[in-house]
Write a protein that binds this ligand. Structure first.
Ligand SMILES: [Zn+2]
Ligand SMILES: [Zn+2]
Length: 338
């Protein structure tokens, strides 16, 4: 099979390797599409390192081609699936509590990580989520980013009609926005890029640049501020705006991860006197993923408009370059036809 290897930052190459052997309790999936997420972009630029050589790719969809003989679930050959490519031991403290996204053993060495920029991938039964047969496989590849956005908004402690600030109108910001709409929230998008704001406005958000944001939010919330601020961009200015736009007892949710250590000087009195909550959201649980797949399968959420371009596996170099451009949303790689 052909796989895309990242051999060092900025260097990718296609390699022919045998299809990995299938364990008795594993599933072999022929990968259809895989998106280039921020993690892959950071691995490509070297901003984030795991180990080399590595097959990146974790926002994937595909079709089941073989099922191990000891599989207990009903997964069948020929089923279309979204792939949840994270390791969950289902035995540690966080897993037993339901926070499988924080599994203590998810990065243990010897475990497979990522790996979906490849014609085939061998996975555990809990990593395959069947999708509706009518759902295009390129949209099924959004199971992972949508699941992460679902977890994020669950942690933001929102109720029907609550105003929500989303900072950063990229793919993740727009996925949060799509969810906010079906959750009956009042979404407000903040981004310095006017083109991106236009896009968010079309999608139903009130939009402001960071300079206009605080005044604008005051105006549209009757002076109270937003119930939660979700930060999906690494720009530190976004955090400042996000904190200052919160209503009393509001929640600041850091969705993005930052390259390296980042200390942010809050006025701690803001948190004390206004009873603010600061939290984050990391990945998604199996349940978040199941919900994402249901929303996609039921066509409650449409993600087709977030696909900027689709490249064949052999065009991966250009695909990564386009993914790094500030004007693109999701770039997908299509495995079939190479
Ligand atoms: Zn992702
Ligand atoms: Zn665990």
């Amino acid at each position: 099979m052909q796989s895309l290897y990242l051999t060092k930052p900025g260097h990718i190459e296609l390699r022919e390797t045998p299809i990995p052997p299938l364990g008795e309790e594993e599933v072999l999936v022929k990968v259809a599409y895989c998106g280039i997420c921020t993690l892959e972009q950071r691995l490509y630029t070297g901003e984030r390192e795991i180990h080399y050589p590595l097959i990146p790719g974790h926002e994937a969809s595909g079709v089941v081609v073989e099922v191990g003989p000891k599989i207990m679930t009903n997964i069948k050959v020929g089923e279309a699936v979204a792939l949840d490519l994270v390791n969950r031991c289902h035995a540690c403290g966080p897993c037993l509590k339901g926070d499988t996204n924080l599994c203590e053993n998810r990065f243990k060495s010897g475990q497979r990580v990522l790996g979906a920029f490849s014609e085939f991938v061998v996975v555990k039964p809990y990593q395959v989520h069947p999708v509706a047969p009518a759902l295009p496989l390129e949209e099924a590849a959004f199971g992972e980013p949508l699941a992460c956005s679902i977890r994020s908004l669950k942690r933001a402690r929102l109720s029907l009609g609550d105003p929500l600030l989303i900072s950063g109108a990229g793919t993740m910001g727009l996925l949060h926005l799509k969810l906010a709409k079906i959750m009956g929230l009042k979404p407000i998008m903040c981004d310095p890029d006017k083109e991106r704001l236009k896009r968010a406005q079309k999608e139903g958000a009130l939009t402001f640049t960071p300079e206009e944001c605080l005044e604008g939010i005051k105006e549209v919330t009757g002076g109270h501020g937003v119930t939660a601020s979700v930060v999906t961009t690494v720009a530190t200015q976004a955090v400042e705006v996000a904190v200052n736009s919160l209503a009393t007892t509001g929640t600041l949710l850091l969705y993005t991860s930052y390259g390296g250590e980042l200390l942010y000087p809050f006025d701690l009195n803001e948190i004390h006197q206004r009873e603010l909550t600061i939290t984050g959201s990391e990945g998604r649980s199996g349940e978040d993923f199941r919900q994402a797949v249901r929303l996609l399968s039921n066509r409650t959420i449409q993600v087709n408009d977030l696909i900027t371009n689709i490249y064949p596996l052999r065009g991966a170099e250009e695909a990564f370059k386009e993914a790094l451009s500030p004007h693109s949303y999701r770039i997908l790689i299509k495995m079939e036809g190479l």
